[in-house]
Each structure stands twice: as structure tokens, then as C-alpha cells.
Design a protein around this ligand. Structure first.
Ligand SMILES: Cc1cc2nc3c(=O)[nH]c(=O)nc-3n(C[C@H](O)[C@H](O)[C@H](O)COP(=O)(O)OP(=O)(O)OC[C@H]3O[C@@H](n4cnc5c(N)ncnc54)[C@H](O)[C@@H]3O)c2cc1C
Length: 395
């Protein structure tokens, strides 16, 4: 694979840099640097999404007919890299990168026309209703019941760990429509308006002190059958398709490189403050280890990118990306906490003439605490290893 960019691609890189310099607002950069959670704040994400939509660059992954771009794999790669390098936030992927590919692949023409433009323009904010109490890794044992009643389903039960359910206006849900066969055979995929009578939300506060996840209850919730994706009882296939995009649809390596750069800055500051800092070089060695593994992840992502751009979906290899990206990010989180020591407990940063860096410092410990969950959400590390063993290595 030739990893050098062509003259045209370098010209595109300059165009992207110029656009970011002119259009990425300072408060969005600061809000991103300050963020200690999985997603940036909804308002920030939607503001940046609107700027990108105006330019036609919000979802390079989508086909042009739905508002995507006709960029080559290299252009998508450059764009993603430049965005993170400039300090832009990741757009919230729940609708844009997780649900939308499912609608494009399996939704009716009416569903495509109804939902895709609203996802693109941020009019619909989605959350994911997969997990239940008693159905996480063993997702196929889910019980949220959808009983047929004429043209509708009546939905009863609950979903748990639902990220941003309290901010979302819609939820895509896996529901049980048949109990007679294997668990995987009786699942359907429903799109539900959160305002439907009978939907209630209870917050779950995490150890980082964040309100990101929730339990969502459904009591006799009436959902039109026209809001089902694809065939009844075939939802398991659509659900797995979505998970490939959740685990490996984007470029984590660029985001992690940005975090590694922040870590290197923390290391440099600590050394400048204290000449004896890390005299035996242990921190430097750990950072170098991350650098090496990150390079390997970058190459893996490029390989997967070229197959996705050829029309394929990410495939079970996306589990490799999820596994490696999580491990590297958590290693950076731990190292950053170790570098800051007690300094990491600064909750109200003291202005030092560099507001972005001060804010970043105060977000290190919340980010460390919050990101412990990355080993669990989107399928735990153990489950990713099982998938790699079976589907990639054929063991
Ligand atoms: C912060 C956060 C956000 C989340 N957001 C969402 C969301 O928006 N929507 C949603 O639907 N879900 C969400 N989840 C739920 C997440 O997908 C589940 O927590 C996850 O799938 C694990 O399920 P569980 O919690 O039931 O743990 P369990 O499945 O009970 O697993 C417990 C432990 O056993 C291990 N284990 C289980 N089975 C096996 C096996 N076969 N082999 C080896 N080890 C195994 C697991 O790795 C884990 O360590 C979120 C979770 C978190 C923490």
C-alpha cells in the first residue's frame, strides 16, 4: 500500500485546513478539550454538525444521494485526521453512523425519505435501545415484548444503559416479537418516538458523576408497524450489521493521536516544572509503547477503510479496532492521571494564560473515570476477543 499522499490529496488537505481555520469556532474547540465524557455536549455536537452540513461535509461515509460525499478513501482519512488535529469534536454517531447505515441497507423508501434527512440535519436525536437488565453480552436473550395489535405493536419492558436517552427524541430498539424458536429468531428492530405515551426515563449516575446513561421503561407503548425496519423477526441480522459500524465505522486512531499529543504536552509541562520528574523514564517508555501500538492501529484502520470504501461493511474486523482503540485510550487516560498526580484533582482550573490547556488538565480525571466504561459498552473486551477468535481467526 502506498501511504504517501498525491499532489491532489495534499491540495485537498490544504482545503480542509483552511476550512477548519475559518469555520471551527474557538468555543467548540474549548468545549471538546474540556469534555470528559464519551460524547461532547449535545449542543456543541449539533452546532458543529450544522456547520459541516452547510459545507456538505457532515457524513463523508454516506452515499452522495443521501448527503454524503464522493471522496476517495484517502480524502476521508485526511478529513478525519485534520478535524481531530484542529480540535473538532466527534459528531454523535448514534443516528449518523449507527442507525443511518441500517436504514439505508434495510429500511423502506418511505423510512429513508422520512428519517435520513432528519438525522443529517440534527432534527432527530437518537439513542440506542439494545441492552436490558439481563441482556448485555448475551443480547439475544432480550425480552422487551412487542405484541401485535392490528397495525401497531404494544411494547412492554425496559432497556438499560441507554446513552443520552434523556436528551434523545427517538430510540431504535430491539424487541421480542416471537418466543417460539431460537432467541435470535424472534427479534425485530423498531424505531420509537420517545414522546409516545408510556415511555419513561430514569437516570443512572456513573462513578465519574456524569448523567450519560439511563434506564428506559415502556408501559403499553403503542408503536405503528410502519416503524419497524425490515421484516418481523429478522431484527437480529440488522442489529449485528449496526454493531459493526458502532465498533469500527470511524477512525479512532486520529482521536487517540490527538489525546497522545495532549499527554505529551502534560509530560513536557511536568518536566519543565520539576527537573527530577520521571528520572527513570518509565512514563516516557509507556508513552512510546502507546505510540508504537497506535501506529499499528492506524495501519489496521487504513486497511479496513479501503475495504469499506469499496462498498463492503466493516465486518468482524471492526472488533479488532474496538479492542485496540479502547486499550490504547485507557492507557493514555492512566498515564495522564499518573503524570498529573494530585494536580489532576483541580476541578476549577486556574487561568494560566492558556485556557484550553487548563481546561484539558481539569478533564483528565473525569475522562479516566468515564472511559473505564469503554471496556464494556459496544460489547465488552472479552466479547470482542471471542468474535475475533471465531470470525477473524476461525479458531
Ligand atoms: C457507559 C455505558 C454506556 C452504554 N450505552 C449503551 C447504549 O446506549 N445502548 C445500549 O443498548 N447499551 C448500552 N450499554 C450497555 C452495554 O452494551 C452492556 O453493558 C454490555 O454489552 C455488557 O453487558 P452487561 O452490562 O449486561 O454485562 P454482562 O454481559 O453481564 O457481562 C459481565 C462480564 O462478563 C463478561 N462476559 C459475558 N459473557 C461472556 C462470554 N461469553 N465470554 C467471556 N466473557 C463474558 C463480560 O465481558 C463482562 O466482563 C452501555 C454500557 C455502558 C457501561
Amino acid at each position: 500500500m502506498n501511504l504517501n499522499f498525491s499532489a491532489q490529496e495534499l491540495q485537498f488537505q490544504r482545503e480542509v485546513r483552511a476550512f477548519l481555520a475559518d469555520n471551527l469556532p474557538a468555543h467548540i474547540i474549548a468545549g471538546t478539550a474540556n469534555n470528559g465524557s464519551v460524547f461532547v455536549e449535545k449542543d456543541i455536537a449539533l452546532e458543529w454538525q450544522a456547520i459541516l452540513v452547510k459545507k456538505g461535509w457532515a457524513v463523508p461515509q454516506w452515499p452522495v444521494e443521501h448527503g454524503g460525499t464522493d471522496w476517495s478513501p484517502a480524502q476521508k482519512y485526511i478529513f478525519s485526521k485534520e478535524c481531530y488535529h484542529a480540535g473538532a469534536p466527534m459528531l454523535i454517531p448514534l443516528g449518523l453512523l449507527m442507525l443511518a447505515p441500517v436504514i439505508m441497507a434495510f429500511g423502506s423508501e418511505q423510512q429513508k425519505a422520512e428519517y435520513l434527512p432528519k438525522i443529517l440535519h440534527g432534527e432527530h436525536y437518537w439513542c440506542q435501545g439494545y441492552s436490558e437488565p439481563g441482556a448485555g453480552s448475551d443480547l439475544a436473550s432480550l425480552k422487551l415484548k412487542a405484541e401485535s395489535d392490528g397495525d401497531d405493536y404494544i411494547v412492554n419492558g425496559s432497556k438499560i444503559w441507554t446513552t443520552h436517552a434523556h436528551l434523545a427524541d427517538h430510540i431504535f430498539c430491539l424487541v421480542r416479537t416471537d418466543n417460539s424458536g431460537k432467541p435470535q429468531q424472534g427479534i425485530s428492530f423498531l424505531l420509537i418516538d420517545m414522546d409516545t405515551p408510556g415511555v419513561t426515563i430514569a437516570p443512572i449516575i456513573t462513578m465519574a458523576g456524569d448523567h450519560e446513561v439511563n434506564q428506559v421503561f415502556f408501559e403499553n407503548v403503542r408503536v405503528p408497524k410502519s416503524q419497524r425496519i425490515g421484516e418481523e423477526n429478522q431484527g437480529w441480522g440488522y442489529a449485528k450489521y449496526l454493531l459493526e459500524f458502532e465498533r469500527g465505522g470511524g477512525f479512532s486512531a486520529h482521536r487517540i493521536r490527538h489525546e497522545l499529543n495532549n499527554l505529551r504536552q502534560l509530560l513536557a509541562d511536568a518536566k519543565a516544572d520539576n527537573v527530577a520528574f520521571d528520572a527513570c523514564g518509565d512514563m516516557e517508555r509507556r508513552a512510546a509503547r502507546v505510540e508504537i501500538d497506535l501506529k499499528a492501529l492506524e495501519i489496521t484502520e487504513l486497511r479496513i477503510l479501503s475495504s469499506v470504501s469499496g462498498g463492503a461493511n466493516p465486518g468482524p474486523e471492526s472488533s479488532i479496532m474496538k479492542l485496540s482503540a479502547t486499550r490504547l485510550e485507557q492507557e493514555i487516560n492512566e498515564l495522564s492521571v499518573d503524570v498529573l498526580g494530585y494536580g489532576g484533582f483541580v476541578m476549577n482550573p486556574v487561568p494560566d494564560g492558556n485556557p484550553v490547556r487548563a481546561d484539558y488538565r481539569s478533564s483528565v480525571v473525569p475522562r479516566y473515570l468515564n472511559n473505564r466504561a469503554a471496556s464494556i459498552f459496544g460489547g465488552s473486551q472479552e466479547i470482542q476477543r471471542n468474535i475475533i477468535a471465531k470470525m477473524v481467526l476461525a479458531l
